[in-house]
Write a protein that binds this ligand. Structure first.
Ligand code: GLY
Length: 434
């Protein structure tokens, strides 16, 4: 073979090798897509199966009691709380939840309809019904939603959005009726009545020492107001929601897009002070609060298409991805909590961040990064470390949430809202990957 022929042969060999490599890579990629799709379908359907089993079991257990599942009784030691807060606990000792008697620890904690979390169990039943088409779940969803009907007269909290939005709001989507609409409208009136034009926001709590407390969680109650404007054609509910969101954006956030938990206002609308209630300290970034923020501003963008809200949601989402240092992504209870093996996680924060990120991923050109993050989070939450075994976990779906560590309440336990946002996120993931 001449030198030219050798070079040509090498070239042809190289070309063939290149083609072969490309063909092999294409086959591998196709197989990866198939197997990724396959395994995604598998873990999602296993998770939904477990969730449905747990929900039916709990629904049956509490039928006729007037109670709803909230969490599991947990205990604590002052040393542990102090080590997590990395400070002196004496200032908040008075507000600690008393330790339950030893025989209670690990048993089911229920609540009545006036608890801020009462909407989540009916809401979970609605999502499980939507995900499965199982009529038993629908009947339970109707029954537990109806239990909450007296809330239409309730005025004492901003949490009405959670309580009625997650229960009746899902009923409106999946089984609408005039009664459902009436409950939503009456509740929206009561929620909007908590708005004060001087402060520019809805008052959160009626208890405590604050003059006019507004918590970041309150962003989650705005959806109910947007729904009310859509149902009635009356723009006033929506105007309240938008003003509240603008005020929150102005006063709750630090320059790095982390947020304070509580901002209290003076009567003239100036800020009284900024602090935490459930986080590690006033300047820390309480994980669930960061989740409420990204979820709330994403919803505001969905409803208004105002990019000021989208940009806020993007900034918070990017901050979360940077600040959440948990190796398996399920956040520590506070982003500033000590990174130690015993530091409790908050699966509820993980679930609601995943749900928000999935929606956000549909609004931006580089949404894939939020989608991937959410999918990884949900996959972890669907692993045996976080997902209940059928029949266990006191009937809840997820393990390892934290309600309020500084109050010694619901530390490393299942909580009803973790289950709700987990199911919502699974539904969103399924819809986006169909
Ligand atoms: N809305 C109260 C909480 O997130 O714990």
């Amino acid at each position: 073979m001449t030198a030219v022929e050798t070079r040509a042969a090498r070239h042809i060999d190289g070309f063939k090798r290149m083609k072969l490599i490309r063909a092999t890579a294409a086959i591998a990629a196709a197989l990866a897509v198939v197997s990724c799709g396959d395994s995604r379908e598998k873990w999602i359907s296993e998770a939904i199966d477990t969730a449905s089993f747990q929900l039916k079991m709990t629904a049956e257990k509490l039928e006729g009691t007037g109670e709803l599942p909230r969490s599991t009784y947990t205990g604590y030691t002052l040393e542990f709380l102090e080590s997590q807060i990395e400070g002196d606990i004496s200032g908040i000792v008075d507000s600690l939840t008393p330790n339950p008697p030893a025989e209670r620890v690990g048993t089911l904690l229920t609540c009545n309809i006036y608890d801020w979390t009462s909407g989540f169990f009916p809401g979970s039943l609605w999502y499980a019904y939507e995900l499965t088409g199982d009529e038993t779940l629908k009947q339970e969803a109707i029954s537990y939603t109806n239990l909450l009907s007296p809330l239409r007269k309730f005025k004492d909290t901003h949490d009405l959005g959670f309580m009625v939005g997650c229960s009746f709001g899902n009923a409106l989507r999946l089984s609408p009726s005039d009664t459902v609409k009436d409950v939503i409208m009456e509740t929206a009136d009561n929620l909007a009545a908590r708005f004060n034009p001087m402060t520019g926001c809805i008052r959160s709590w009626d208890f405590g020492y604050w003059n006019y407390p507004v918590i970041i969680d309150n962003m989650m109650n705005l959806d109910l107001l947007f729904t009310a404007s859509r149902l009635s054609g009356d723009p006033r509910y929506r105007q309240v929601a938008v003003r509240h969101a603008m005020t929150t954006m102005k006063n709750h956030f630090r320059p790095d897009y982390t947020s304070y938990h509580v901002v209290s206002y003076n009567d003239d609308g100036t800020v009284e002070f900024k602090e935490t209630h459930q986080g590690k300290n006033d300047e820390s970034s309480w994980s669930r609060g960061q989740g409420w923020g990204v979820y709330g501003f994403t919803s505001c963008y969905r409803e208004t298409k105002d990019t000021i809200f989208l940009n806020q949601a993007i900034h918070i989402a990017d901050m979360i991805m940077e600040r959440n240092t948990a190796p398996d992504l399920v956040p520590y209870w506070d982003f500033d909590a000590p990174v130690r093996p015993e530091t409790p996680r908050d699966a509820s924060a993980g679930a609601l961040i995943a749900s928000a990120f999935l929606e956000l991923s549909t609004f931006v050109p580089d949404g894939e990064k939020y989608f991937d993050y959410a999918e990884r989070m949900l996959k972890t939450l669907s692993s045996p470390e976080y997902l209940a075994e059928k029949g266990g976990n006191n009937g809840f779906i997820l393990k390892h949430s934290t309600g309020s560590l500084p109050h010694g309440f619901e530390i490393d336990s299942p909580i009803n809202y973790a289950d709700y946002y987990y199911l919502e996120a699974l539904k969103r993931l399924k819809d986006l990957t169909r």
